[in-house]
Design a protein around this ligand. Sequence first.
Ligand code: SAM
Length: 293
Amino acid sequence: MVMNDHAEPAEIGAGQLTIIATPIGNLDDLSLRAQRAISTATLILVEDRRHAQRLFQHLGVQPKTLALHEHNERALAPQIAQRIAAGEDIALLSDAGMPLISDPGFPLLALLREQQLPVTIIPGPNAALAALALSGLPSDRFSFEGFLPAKGGARRARLQALQLEPRSMIFYEAPHRIVETLADMAELWGADREAALCRELTKMYEECLRDSLGGLVALLQAHPDKVRGEMTLVVAGAPEQTQEATDADQLLSPLLAELPLAQAVRIAANQSGMAHRFLYTRALALTSAQGPA
Ligand code: SAM
């Protein structure tokens, strides 16, 4: 039997979608397979035509493109699926990195899955995994959280729900929100929780600031020049739960199922002798981890 060590279309002329990862800064990170697929696709779905042009100029190609973005991807998916079913080789790119990861593509992929149409991938750069690998934080298990909600209240609610998450967490964040986000995390998760802020990965001013959440807030406040560029934040997971926290949760859980939070905390404090403030923090974490009823 001949082993194929690289995936190619099953049959010449068989239609398929190829998801292609593109550089997150340094154009030399575009793989040879990606270059070949971009030159041979009959149509390239791009997030933004002008942005894609930079890559195409670098490669010296002028492919046919169609803009696929969050505002039209649902409407366009059926006609793209039809073209694939009719035998076209269509490629999907986003502005940077891996399509579908905080980028367009999901409605199309869901439809191709439903219609059992072929899809293949040319993997490559991705800011989340690059930052995790660089961070020096545990990488054996992690949680990709993408962008947090932009509004303060919703963002804090999401952070509260993540308070007990034991895995390293990866966030995309905009420079104008990063200090506020780090300050919220420091307040809710503890200023000494370890983190890494990775900026401008693969570009000229790449840097990875490894410090505690509180340390990063102080560093960015002292160096506004670092509050710039594209950034990915990695935060260590919550430390292993102490026996006291486990006991508190066991006591609180049934009470919270029946009673308002303040009353549940008061009863738990009376029964156990544990500090009211500690029980209150546990109760908040338990209720936000469960989400709205
Ligand atoms: N699909 C992309 C990927 O695979 O990385 C992510 C797209 S998302 C719309 C863009 C966000 O990714 C940026 O706001 C930033 O948080 C992060 N990002 C992209 N390029 C980066 C870079 N060179 N360095 C650090 N973070 C980056």
